[in-house]
Design a protein around this ligand. Structure first.
Ligand SMILES: [Zn+2]
Length: 123
């Protein structure tokens, strides 16, 4: 372990960090310091990363046979987390669509909706 100092990218507080690789760069040390920092910005980033990982796993498990739709929804995660859009709905085929949304606590919900319509008509 190599001891150095890193600066949190949010609050700019400096702290001692331990690097595994002796060829570490300053941005890597700063990244390490940000990961450890207890400030609001760093805490929010950790929460968002965790939420993103959970959402990705849920997307994969619910859209197991629709890899491209799954990838598309995963790309929307950071956009939704930045509040640029509220949710995304993908029409996968004639029958199925998938929707990704985030609640106020920052937790994602992924839904797969299958519509089967049955019609009988008198002639
Ligand atoms: Zn910080």
């Amino acid at each position: 372990m190599y001891q150095t100092t890193g600066t949190c990218q949010f609050c700019h507080q400096t702290q001692i960090v331990l690097m595994r690789d002796e060829n570490y760069t300053q941005p890597e040390a700063d990244e390490e310091a940000t990961d450890k920092c207890k400030c609001e910005g760093a805490t929010l980033r950790r929460k968002q990363r965790l939420s993103k990982e959970l959402a990705e796993a849920n997307i994969d498990s619910i859209l197991v046979n629709h890899a491209q739709a799954a990838d598309f929804l995963k790309q929307a995660i950071p956009i939704i987390q930045s509040y640029s859009i509220q949710n995304v709905t993908v029409q996968i085929n004639d029958v199925s669509k998938a929707k990704l949304s985030m609640n106020q606590k920052g937790a994602f919900k992924v839904e797969k909706i299958d519509t089967l319509k049955q019609t009988l008509e008198n002639e």
